[in-house]
Design a binder for this molecule. Structure first.
Ligand code: C2O
Ligand code: CU
Length: 522
């Protein structure tokens, strides 16, 4: 226990890799199981990236250090296989409306190596195809539910009318087809789709219901940026799950407190625990769209050689300019796009930092990209888009508090486990707001807002820099920390259908850390 606990009130933000950094992955898992007790939540730390110097605040009792392994994976990968590229979903287009057909269904898949799990997917057994949407076009989705239980499909990060957004109010039953349609107002960015019915989001998402959406537009930057899907524009969906050894995937507190659990890490649906996938890059420049579709974990992607990547986009599209980074830290639900010009092979690692009560931290060599391109790409554009930073001096201010009462998770004091118990934020179309997201718990949260993108105004009291100056819809709020975000509610109003704002640790969402947002006419 000594490596995972520390005295209450100790400064827990100094990083913890020293304690556990050289232990093997399996040992981590075991150690984390040993702590076990109900209500014991592992405290999250920063690992030296953002928000340093934030001390533990008012911890009632014991806090927990992260089990993050510092070095390379202890044993070399024992096998290789080729990276699976999710199919591109063919739509049918007429009169600038593209129609897509999806079916949410059950199946089986090998989530734990060598074991067959019962899973869920869109049009397939696990995960779903990638959709391409084009800015200015209209899409119509015919989505059939064959799961045997209610579901919804939410278009995470998309700016669409509340009724089309796939929140809990539009859940639909087994056997039914839901057909949202809307104009694509988003500019180029990487979105994703996943379930969002009350109380079942974690369960359905970890069983495989998740897919990527690529929005394309006509910005000139696209000529210098790779856009050939699966060739030089590569989707990377990372997931860290928890399962028992028979392949039964866990998704809630009681599941996570079971014994004998394993913590599979998947890339595009393939287990990479002991496998490094390969991708042959036939072009010199490659773009990776990275999605953390995990239920709770933070994933940091880095090169095993410590080299840099050019980050070109955050959750909500292009940064103002490419930013050289040595790692990309993604909370659950977040995305980033990076570009690498490769003359040598490179191996990408996922550093998993587990959240909530589950174990399974470690570093995984998930993908080796073999460089075989002989072309010389144009210079990356020095400007990707203009981002006018908000002057928030006359913005309407609100505070959103993230709280906890035992295993119940709260926003603004309410547990949003039903539409009637949920806290509701009311605003009007056209309003500009600055929200302080205040984390009154000792747990890590991942703050997600539907409808419109936000800018980060401060992160634990510090000004944002570098990639933090981009547009976001899902951002880390450390235990005891706070972020200020600013947004403008544009285009859509409704007096019946609401957007959601919530923690994207899916168990926290299911346990109530979700509020609604009603945007009405001004
Ligand atoms: Cu990705 Cu409200 O969710
Ligand atoms: Cu949370």
């Amino acid at each position: 226990m000594d490596n995972i606990t520390e005295p209450a009130g100790s400064n827990d933000t100094t990083g913890d890799t020293g304690t556990t950094g050289r232990r093997g992955k399996r040992e981590h898992s075991k150690t984390s199981r040993a702590k076990g007790g109900k209500g014991l939540h592992r405290r999250k730390f920063l690992g030296g990236t953002v928000g340093l110097g934030l001390a533990a605040v008012g911890a009632a009792g014991t806090t927990f250090t992260l089990l993050s392994k510092g070095g390379d994976k202890a044993s070399a990968a024992s096998s290789t296989s080729t990276l699976t590229i999710p199919d591109l979903l063919e739509g049918t287009t007429s009169d600038s409306t593209t129609t897509f057909t999806l079916e949410a269904k059950t199946g089986t898949s090998e989530v734990v190596s060598g074991v067959s799990s019962t899973t869920m997917g869109y049009n397939q057994s696990y995960l779903g195809p990638t959709m391409k949407w084009t800015n200015g076009n209209t899409v119509l989705l015919n989505i059939t539910n064959s799961l045997g239980e209610d579901t919804t499909v939410h278009f995470h990060g998309a700016h669409v009318p509340a009724k089309m957004d796939g929140g809990p109010q539009v859940a639909f039953a087994d056997g039914e087809t839901w057909s949202p349609t809307f104009e694509v107002k988003d500019e180029a960015k990487t979105l994703w789709y996943h379930p969002h019915a009350l109380g079942t989001t974690a369960k359905q998402a970890v069983h495989g219901l998740a897919g990527m959406i690529i929005v394309e537009d006509s910005t000139d930057t696209s000529s210098a940026l790779p856009s050939d899907y699966g060739v030089d524009d590569i989707p990377i969906i990372l997931q860290c799950l928890a399962s028992d050894s028979s392949g039964d995937i866990k998704y809630d507190l009681s599941g996570y407190l079971g014994s004998g659990l394993v913590y599979p890490v998947l890339c595009n649906g393939t287990n990479v625990d002991d496998t490094t996938l390969t991708f042959e890059a036939t072009k010199t420049r490659n773009r990776f769209r990275i999605l953390n579709a995990s239920p709770s974990d933070i994933i940091t992607v880095q090169r095993s050689d410590g080299g840099t990547m050019s980050q070109i986009a955050s959750d909500q599209g292009y940064l103002a300019e490419p930013v050289d980074v040595t790692s990309v830290r993604l909370v659950a639900g977040a995305r980033a796009e990076v570009v690498m010009d490769l003359s040598d092979d490179v191996t990408l690692q996922a550093v998993v930092t587990t959240g909530w009560v589950r174990g399974g931290s470690g570093t995984y060599d998930f993908l080796t990209v073999t460089a075989s391109g002989t072309d010389t790409p144009d210079d990356l554009p020095s400007t990707l888009q203009t981002i006018d930073r908000y002057d928030t001096s006359d913005f309407t201010a609100r505070t959103i508090t993230l709280g906890q009462s035992g295993a119940t998770m709260l926003i603004n004091g309410s547990a949003g486990t039903s539409m009637s118990s949920m806290a509701m934020i009311s605003t009007t179309v056209g309003s500009k707001e600055i929200w302080t997201i205040k984390n009154n718990t000792q747990l890590e949260h991942s703050f997600h807002l539907h409808d419109v993108p936000y800018q980060l105004i401060s992160i634990n009291g510090e000004d944002p820099t570098g990639v933090e100056l981009g547009w976001y819809d899902t951002y880390e709020v450390v235990g005891g920390g706070s972020i200020e975000i600013a947004m403008e509610f544009t285009d859509f109003s409704d007096d019946t259908y609401m957007y959601m704002l919530h923690c994207h640790l899916l168990q926290h969402e299911d346990e109530g850390m979700m509020a609604s947002l009603m945007v009405t006419d001004s």
